[in-house]
Design a protein around this ligand. Structure first.
Ligand code: PEP
Ligand code: MG
Length: 543
């Protein structure tokens, strides 16, 4: 048995087989082929098909994001037509009598290494492009390992780190737990684990080259320990505790259907955070009163192109209908920083968390924004939908948003498309927004405090940097005072203020939040009932 101490980001115990996720390790097999000419034709056909895809992507991007941003697809088309690249692939197929997948993967490795070694920064950046185009050809060839994150039975995933775009592709039914070597407590991978309600550890110093798929492991999400091949005694102890936790969960289920009211009669809205439709089951099981944060950007991640208005409408409509009149607050896309989508064509940034992200993208590329707003407005006819805008830091931003939303309303009205005007709220997650919350409150219907970002921007600590964990303190007095200020200014303007960042689920602070006048807490579905228990036991007069 080997033990590794990590940091727990969600409690609970998982026991099962492990799956070691090795990033960038495409498992392309080298196989001999008899029909070399046939293999060359397979390659050419795949290349042409990839070229066609890129042409389509270029046309679409041209309309949606303008010429400068669409240019990347033309560059990829040029690279795919490059003689040296093609000759290399064909030469490998011919001289070694091997499959096209292997030839493409080898060429990709060789060329990207060559580019990476060049002095010129522009040329170095082409290394990623070569990998990208090769990836596309491999996908067409069917040699893609795009399915490497799907499993036949539930597994414990062991990875160096997981990007949000990778986590969204997971078949969530098949994940017992996550364990990563890197990552931070407030990364979106950790948030996703909490939403799924599964044990998760980060910063676990396990040697991935030693761990093997199928090995039995146990994850203790309370102590933060990963056990590889646990001995019988440890396994039995963990199974007993798993049983106890199950019993506790059963007890909490008795709180389903109860109102969230304190002893002295204060009622609080207790909502759930979700990342996609699959989380709705957990929302129901945990009896959340609504959805306080639907991170819509997860719809955009893990795919090759923008989701259409119709695709988005269907998702939002399903969520609104399923929640049957309960509030559904959908946040407009918060792409950027750690949530990168290649097709947005956001270049390399020195400081991505302070860069082109969230509402800034929407305001700079209104066509993308309008597509989402149209889908949201249309879905509003099917339930109690509210829209929430992330990363606001200026008054003019919300005014401009309202102008764009008005245009959307007018377009829909002109074409006689049904909608019910959704409530409009903003996230308070920059110190600037806190400081001008008095003015902002007059412009919107509600505030939702994003403590994850508010902490990083207030304390100047990158939420993605594990080295800085000791400095990332979401309950720092500065953050707590900002929450108080935001709530007070919201109330002065007659609107409500909630918390949808991870701090909202910290049960040691629930009483304080209630005393501060916080009106809503939106947390991962698994945290709803534990919070309800505390609310029911609290008397704010004695805090
Ligand atoms: C936050 O910043 O607190 C928040 C809820 O948004 P996200 O974690 O998705 O950035
Ligand atoms: Mg945020």
């Amino acid at each position: 048995m080997q033990e590794y101490q990590g940091k727990a980001v969600f409690g609970g115990i998982a026991i099962g087989k492990i799956f070691v996720y090795q990033k960038d390790e495409r498992q392309v097999k080298r196989t001999k082929v008899d029909d070399v000419e046939g293999e060359l034709i397979r390659y050419q056909e795949a290349r042409e098909s990839a070229d066609k895809q890129l042409g389509e992507l270029y046309e679409k991007a041209l309309l949606e994001v303008g010429e400068a941003n669409a240019a990347i697809f033309q560059i990829h088309q040029m690279m795919l037509g490059d003689d040296d690249y093609n000759e290399s692939v064909e030469n490998i197929i011919r001289t070694q009598s091997v499959n096209a997948e292997y030839a493409v993967a080898s060429t990709s490795d060789n060329f990207s290494q060559m580019f990476a070694a060049m002095d010129d920064e522009y040329m170095q950046a082409r290394a990623a492009d070569v990998k990208d185009i090769s990836e596309r050809v491999l996908t067409v060839l069917g040699g893609s390992d795009g399915n490497k994150m799907t499993f036949s039975e539930p597994v414990i995933i062991l990875a160096d780190d997981l990007a949000p775009s990778e986590t969204v592709q997971l078949d969530k039914e098949k994940v017992l737990a996550f364990v990563t070597v890197h990552g931070t407590v407030n990364s979106h991978t950790a948030i996703l684990a909490r939403t799924m309600g599964i044990p998760a550890l980060i910063g676990t110093p396990v040697d991935l080259s030693v761990a093997r798929n199928e090995q039995v492991a146990a994850v203790d999400g309370n102590t933060g320990i990963l056990y590889l091949e646990p001995d019988d005694e440890t396994l039995q102890g963990l199974k007993d505790r798993q049983q106890e936790e199950q019993e506790k969960r059963e007890m909490l289920k008795l709180l389903r259907g109860r109102e969230n009211v304190t002893i002295d009669g204060k009622e609080i809205m207790l909502y759930a955070n979700i990342g996609d439709m699959k989380d709705l089951a957990a929302v129901m099981q945990n009896d959340a009163g609504g959805i306080g944060l639907f991170r819509s950007e997860f719809i955009y991640l893990g795919r090759d192109n923008y989701p259409t208005e119709e695709e988005q409408f269907q998702i939002y409509k399903t969520v609104a209908e399923t929640m049957a009149g309960k509030k559904v607050i959908i946040r407009t896309l918060d792409i950027g920083a750690d949530k990168q989508c290649e097709y947005f064509g956001i270049g390399q940034e020195e400081n991505p968390a302070m860069g082109l992200r969230a509402i800034r993208i929407c305001l700079m590329r209104p066509e993308i924004f309008k597509t989402q707003l149209r889908a949201l407005y249309r879905a509003s006819a099917y339930g109690n939908v509210a829209i929430m805008y992330p990363l606001i830091s200026n008054l003019w931003e919300i005014r401009r948003i309202k102008e764009i939303a008005k245009e959307v309303e007018q377009e829909l009205t002109l074409t006689e498309i049904e909608f019910t005007r959704p409530q409009q709220g903003i996230m308070i997650e920059t110190p600037a927004a806190v400081m001008i919350s008095e003015e902002l409150a007059k412009e919107v219907d509600f505030f939702s405090i994003g403590t994850n970002d508010l902490t990083q921007y207030t304390l100047a600590v990158d939420r993605q940097n594990p080295e800085l964990d000791a400095f990332y303190e979401p309950n720092h007095p500065a953050v707590m005072r900002m929450i108080q200020m935001t709530v007070d200014n919201a109330h002065k303007a007659g609107i409500w203020a909630g918390i949808c960042g991870e701090l909202g689920a910290d049960t040691t602070l629930t009483k304080d939040f209630l005393a501060m006048g916080v009106d809503e807490l939106s947390v991962s579905p698994g945290s709803v009932l534990p919070l309800r228990k505390i609310i029911l036991e609290t008397d704010t007069r004695s805090i």
